[in-house]
Write a protein that binds this ligand. Structure first.
Ligand SMILES: [Zn+2]
Length: 308
């Protein structure tokens, strides 16, 4: 009897212990963070580790400029301890959801509102006043800095500072996670610089001006855009001129994202004798602390193949 009881007791104890462990690291005890876009979700997970649970408002295949604010977004925001935004007017749509969420922690000036763009040197700031009513979606300069892995030291510092405002007791853990992430990033960065090195100075056409920070980092040049201007669709005249220019300048690659017009991009690439590179195809499909690195790795690889 005794031999039966002891293993039985062992199982009960084990279950109890598991219960205690699960309870201490359970979802209820984690910081509930909402990020507006997938890149920022991935970087918040890298910094927050198992101390945070991060939800995203715009999924990887959705245009981060233009999101319909559904009631389900407000539910996510209502119970959030922190909200990570891209800023630079990319995710202004989140303001509507924040207003509806009635959560003082994440309103402007709230302790849990984290603007990841703080300290970023913004590119393509218009020198004349750009009127958003005319459709241009980059009135505050180019907002797509998260696609450049070289910006992540600044972004993750903003995340550490923001998360530590909400949970000061975890600052050391956030800083340790950040250091570990940046060490892995540094190793990957050396690989990416080497992979794109042979294409330094190469001209690339993009559907939308998402890649200016990335191109600047790796020495590539944006030769033109399929959109007439950010957020404004192409006219036939613009496309004809672009294709002519691409042939003259021997542009080898056209870059498109999952939410842009891939058929039109493929057509332009074909007409101009260039290859199509679908970037960000993995955005939001990889999870875990290395999601950002995996997505960037896939972007570098797709671009390298198109430029070859
Ligand atoms: Zn944009």
């Amino acid at each position: 009897m005794q031999r039966c009881t002891i293993p039985g007791l062992g199982i009960v104890l084990t279950l109890c212990l598991l219960g205690v462990i699960a309870g201490s690291a359970g979802a209820a005890d984690k910081l509930q963070v909402v990020a507006t876009i997938s890149d920022l979700k991935a970087l918040t997970e890298a910094v927050g580790g198992d101390l945070v649970e991060v939800e995203v408002l715009a999924r990887g295949n959705q245009n981060p400029h233009d999101l319909e604010v559904r009631p389900s977004l407000m539910v996510k925001l209502r119970r959030a301890d922190a909200l990570v935004i891209n800023g630079l007017e990319l995710d202004d749509w989140a303001n509507v959801a924040v207003q509806g969420a009635n959560n003082p922690r994440i309103i402007p000036g709230g302790i849990g509102l984290i603007d990841a763009s703080r300290g970023i040197l913004v590119l393509e700031v218009p020198t004349t006043k750009v009127d958003r009513s005319m459709g241009d979606v980059h009135p505050a300069g180019n907002p797509h800095y998260t696609l450049d892995p070289g910006m992540t030291p600044i972004i993750t510092q903003n995340l550490v500072d923001g998360l530590a405002r909400v949970a000061p007791e975890h600052r050391a853990a956030f800083e340790r996670n950040r250091r570990e992430f940046l060490a892995r990033l540094e190793a990957a960065m050396a690989r990416w610089v080497q992979a794109l090195g042979p294409f330094r100075g190469a001209k690339v056409v993009v559907y939308h001006e998402d890649w200016v920070y990335f191109f600047t980092r790796f020495g590539l040049r944006q030769a033109g855009t399929i959109e007439e201007r950010p957020g404004i669709p192409a006219t036939p005249t613009h496309l004809a001129q672009l294709i002519r220019q691409m042939k003259e300048e021997q542009v080898k690659a056209v870059v498109v994202e999952p939410w842009s017009d891939r058929d039109l991009s493929a057509l332009v690439a074909q007409e101009a004798g260039a290859k199509l590179a679908l970037l960000n195809a993995k955005l939001g499909t990889v999870s875990g602390p290395d999601a950002y690195l995996a997505t960037t790795e896939a972007n570098v690889s797709a671009l390298t193949q198109a430029l070859r």
